[in-house]
Design a protein around this ligand. Structure first.
Ligand code: SAM
Length: 352
């Protein structure tokens, strides 16, 4: 089969075998990438029109008890200047965001025990009470099922937890032995079971990643059927063990975004900040490849530069309103409209 045949097969059957993924990902041409992007855009346009959802990300702590080898806020990074936002700070971010039309708040942070269940519940409940028409997405790492359940009951309804890699050995090279691949996957399964719109995902070009790993990632994503998929390039951070590794490929990231869109037509697929960091036009390219979500930063200006997961992270000094205006303009230039909408996942039966 040619690569074009494989892309068509994916479009029809919504899955490929691992050896087919390996073929497609190891030797794709510019024409294959363009073909996948065209199909992906057609699918996005059919499902979402030319509409792009936006989510406000609030990076509320850069303290982390973990020591992931790729991440700039790993606990071993003594150069990081640490901060925590109070509940009041977080609510102010929501208030400002709401004014400008943000209807999803993404609370992201390192795994910081300071925010115990009681404090998290307090924060979630207060956001939910003040903004009942908004979605609350959590991205705070691995917790017990009991905690996930409590957060869900308090009003959080989406959870982002990248699986990082579907290969256990590769996972162990990216993380220290305190973390296990099995536990990561268990958390993802529990989140789904509870009823969260669940997001998995990976870094393209993470150190030691092979084509076989990426093929396994695509099989995993197809089987797990996440509501959201976060895919962005790996970018080195100067104060981590992976500082000498090169950044991941923009082309492969875009190709994978298109293939995810073809495989899971209704998935919520962000054009990530990391993609916008390695390529100035990254967010627009992401949308042209099939993404339908953007996540502007709602964190206070005073802490934005401290949430440095990787070098040169695309950060601007614009407030929530200005940020959004720039985004709207950029999307308009490529024929898309940023809309005020909670942007929930809508289930469809694929392959019908
Ligand atoms: N602690 C939470 C967790 O583990 O899911 C959320 C925060 S964590 C920093 C969010 C994501 O940032 C990770 O899942 C990882 O994929 C991404 N990330 C971290 N370091 C990165 C790097 N150097 N390049 C690109 N992405 C990175």
């Amino acid at each position: 089969m040619t690569n074009k045949d494989l892309i068509e097969k994916l479009n029809g059957e919504k899955k490929l075998y691992i050896h087919e993924w390996e073929q497609l990902l190891s030797a794709y041409t510019e024409a294959d990438k363009d073909y996948a992007a065209k199909l992906a855009r057609e699918i996005s346009n059919k499902n979402f029109g030319n509409k792009i959802f936006f989510r406000g990300i609030i990076e509320f702590t850069n303290h982390c008890k973990n020591n992931c080898n790729y991440c700039g806020i790993r606990r071993g990074n003594k150069c990081a200047s640490r901060y925590r936002l109070s509940k009041e700070d977080i609510l102010l971010c929501c208030e400002e965001g709401y004014k400008y039309g943000y209807r999803t708040f993404v609370l992201q942070g390192g795994e910081d025990p300071f925010y115990d269940d009681e404090l998290m519940l307090d924060i979630i409940k207060e956001i939910h009470e003040n903004y009942p028409d908004c979605a609350i997405t959590l991205s705070i790492g691995e917790k017990s099922k009991d905690s996930y359940e409590k957060f869900f009951e308090a009003g959080a309804n989406r959870y982002l937890l990248r699986h990082e890699t579907a290969d256990k050995e590769h996972y162990n090279k990216l993380h220290t032995s305190e973390l296990s691949w099995e536990h990561r996957i268990k958390c993802l399964e529990e989140l789904k079971e509870i009823g969260y719109q669940t997001g998995c995902g990976l870094m393209v070009g993470s150190p030691y990643q092979t084509i076989n790993h990426l093929a396994k990632d695509m099989v995993f994503i197809g089987e797990f059927e996440p509501e959201m998929i976060g895919i962005g390039p790996f970018i080195p951070h100067k104060d981590t063990p992976f500082k000498e590794f090169p950044a991941g490929s923009v082309d492969t990231t875009l190709f994978l975004l298109s293939l995810c869109r073809i495989m899971l037509p209704n998935a919520l697929l962000p054009a990530t900040t990391a993609l916008g960091t390695v390529s100035g036009e990254g967010k627009q390219l992401g949308v042209m490849a099939g993404a339908n979500v953007v996540m502007p930063n709602l964190s206070p200006l005073s802490v934005r530069k401290k949430y440095m997961l990787y070098d040169n992270k695309a950060i601007n000094d614009d407030d929530a309103g200005e940020n959004l205006n720039i985004l709207k303009e950029n999307m308009k230039k490529i024929g898309y409209e940023v809309v005020i909408n909670k942007g929930d996942f809508k289930k469809v039966e694929y392959g019908q």
